[in-house]
Design a protein. Structure first.
Length: 318
């Protein structure tokens, strides 16, 4: 297939570009490089079956030729308010790419009668009152909090995607991505895995906010790409959202211990006051029953293995 992919120079988007090309597809990437990087796709730029176009998909999208699939991955994704690449620092851009960017890409998919895949997020559940989170849980979201620009952008993106499916019979897919890590993450991303790895590699204490009891579920990028590809290629009625993530729940304190084991050196931790906002979730874990049933998918890479591979990549770039 000839495939349009927005956000293809980002962390997940660049890995997905690799997978699409490996499967024999032609890929046209649109990315304004706000949070993505040409370094992520430098190895693809000379390929005849890969095209990169620097463009903000929140604006009208010029296209040439026919596409069989349109994939909307573009969006800032880091919640860190101290990172210049986090969505708290890019609130308008985050809302625009979630709203207008989704509408623009849906319009292309409709005009080309193409399959459409939206990458949404576990953040649509907010600070969940249900655990683990199933796709039929409506969420507990603060619509005006600091995190709302990302949460509500993705919730709107899901709504307009389903509206196009119901109104225009567009063939759509929605993936709710949970915490993902791996090579090509920004070193200054600000999320806990890159923070811990960079601190470990530079002999700094690992910074834990609060008592470290807050949990996340970490999915290695290879597993994430496999789940997303299966969702893209699945036939039948798979239009409702699908959680793609690792159901193994890990506390931040336990993650610090595992990073120490993987690094092979004595690691110290530094406990600081809890800086999480009122809408920052205490627990996060996907129910992946739908992905198992619809896609025959579940993650395979252990956290220890994934962290070793990610640490090797970080070590080469530090």
């Amino acid at each position: 297939m000839r495939i349009l992919l927005t956000g293809g120079a980002g962390f997940i988007g660049s890995h997905f570009s690799d997978r699409l090309l490996a499967e024999g597809h032609q890929v046209v990437v649109y990315d304004n490089l706000l949070t993505g990087s040409l370094d992520n796709i430098a190895h693809l730029l000379d390929r005849r079956d890969f095209t990169f176009i620097e463009h903000d998909v929140s604006e009208s999208i010029p296209v040439e030729g026919q596409f069989k699939a349109v994939l909307h991955f573009a969006s800032p994704a880091s919640p860190n308010p101290n990172s210049p690449f986090g969505y708290p620092q890019l609130p308008i851009q985050t809302l625009k790419v979630g709203a207008m960017g989704t509408f623009n890409t849906l319009r292309i998919a409709r005009a080309h009668e193409a399959r459409f895949l939206l990458t949404s997020t576990s953040e649509v559940y907010g600070d969940p009152l249900e655990h683990p989170q199933r796709e039929d849980y409506w969420g507990n979201v603060d619509p005006v909090g600091l995190r709302s620009v990302y949460d509500e952008a993705k919730r709107f993106a899901e709504a307009i995607t389903m509206a196009h499916h119901r109104k225009h019979d567009l063939d759509t897919r929605i993936a709710r991505i949970f915490n993902t890590y791996g090579p090509r993450m920004r070193l200054d991303d600000g999320r806990v895995v890159p923070n811990f790895l960079c601190q470990a590699l530079t002999n700094q204490p690992l910074t834990i906010y609060g008592d470290g009891s807050q949990t996340r579920s970490f999915c290695f990028i290879d597993d994430m790409v496999e789940g997303l590809y299966r969702l893209l290629m699945a036939e039948g009625d798979v239009h409702l959202p699908v959680n793609i993530g690792n159901p193994v729940e890990v506390s931040i304190a336990a993650l610090a211990e595992i990073v120490g084991q993987v690094s092979g050196q004595a690691i110290q931790t530094q406990t600081l006051p809890d800086q999480r906002g009122p809408s920052d979730p205490q627990r996060r874990r996907p129910d992946i029953s739908r992905a198992k049933a619809w896609l025959d998918w579940e993650p395979k890479v252990t956290l220890e293995t994934g962290l070793r591979l990610t640490m090797d990549d970080f070590k080469a770039r530090l």
